[in-house]
Design a binder for this molecule. Structure first.
Ligand code: UDP
Ligand code: MG
Length: 167
């Protein structure tokens, strides 16, 4: 069954110039990239993305991590991978959440670390199930950013919408 999954190269991945290595590893899945963008993450987006962790003691650290505050890199690369069993395939190559416990040849096992503060800097995010994938993809991307219609969308017209356009 075709699925979509959100992959984020986190600020440590960008700081360590790992994007190429990560994309090469992910290409082993033979999945298609159907959306991609560099995002300067704001606090609302980070908090919404990690809302399932909001009662954890490390929540603030994880938010700061995604914002790039630990890496002086205020950006991430967000992508949607699409194809058969996409969620499981990407999670397998990503490896376990804890980079010390992750398979050493997985992305997190190879490139992740645990900081002295205890944050798992595990280089990438990957959606964990279909419900999360849908919620996360809709949070990070607009329908027109995704080149396959993986979720239903509609045309809406808003009055007095102000937006930035090319000069
Ligand atoms: N995290 C952490 N310590 C923990 C659990 C999670 O630093 O004990 C961080 C880690 O960067 C992880 C993110 O919080 O990727 C989201 O946690 P989740 O449990 O959703 O793991 P994931 O789905 O990313 O494997
Ligand atoms: Mg998760």
């Amino acid at each position: 069954m075709s699925q979509s999954t959100l992959v984020i190269v986190k600020p440590d991945g960008l700081k360590k110039s790992l994007t190429g290595n990560i994309l090469t590893r992910l290409s082993e899945t033979k999945l298609e990239i159907i959306a991609a963008k560099v995002v300067k993450v704001n606090r609302e987006l980070a908090a919404e993305h990690y809302r399932h962790l909001k009662d954890k003691p490390f929540f603030d650290d994880v938010i700061k991590y995604l914002l790039g505050e630990y890496h002086d890199r205020h950006k991430v690369l967000a992508m949607v991978y699409w194809g058969k069993d996409a969620i499981k395939k990407v999670r397998e190559i990503a490896g376990a959440t804890n980079p010390e416990e992750a398979d050493p040849v997985s992305i997190r096992g190879a490139y992740g670390r645990i900081t002295t503060k205890g944050v798992y800097e595990n280089v990438i995010h990957a959606s964990s199930d279909e419900t999360d994938a849908e919620r996360e993809i809709k949070l990070w991307f607009k329908p027109e950013d995704v080149i396959v219609d993986v979720y239903a969308s509609k045309v809406a017209t808003f009055k007095d919408v102000t937006m930035k356009v090319w000069a």
